[in-house]
Ligand binder design. Structure first.
Ligand code: NI
Length: 130
């Protein structure tokens, strides 16, 4: 990890892949990742960890399957939301959007269980910035 400040804008400008997070730094055993997203991700669940989202630019919708039923939260630019562990969720962005995620190192983007992963979704634990 570079021992220098990382510009989120520069990090986001360094790649164009969608739904393919880059690791910008780590905090103890957590990674801070940024991703460019548009369209639908895939229904999935993280059995052992919460997942934190911050919308850097754009708008992120997260569909949730909760005990009371299904609902969608809408995160405007600058909003944060944490998906609780064990909750099935599917992120969706109606337009080009940039997000920041905070989750334990090694957490898969498609969780521990998921629907069939479409080609436009990168099943990864995050890529290093170049
Ligand atoms: Ni997730």
């Amino acid at each position: 990890m570079a021992n220098e400040p990382v510009s989120l804008a520069a990090a986001l400008a360094s790649f164009s892949d969608q739904w393919s997070p880059r690791i910008v730094t780590s905090v103890n055993d957590y990674d801070v990742r940024v991703a460019k997203v548009e369209g639908e991700h895939v229904w999935h669940v993280h059995d052992h960890t919460d997942e934190f989202f911050l919308v850097v630019e754009g708008e992120l919708h997260i569909a949730l399957r909760e005990a009371a039923g299904e609902r969608t939260v809408v995160l405007a630019e600058g909003s944060v939301f944490t998906v609780p562990r064990g909750t099935e969720h599917r992120p969706y962005a109606p337009r080009p959007t940039s997000i920041l995620m905070f989750e334990p190192t090694g957490t898969l983007t498609v969780g521990d269980r998921h629907d069939e992963v479409p080609d436009h979704v990168d099943a990864t634990t995050g890529h290093l910035l170049r």
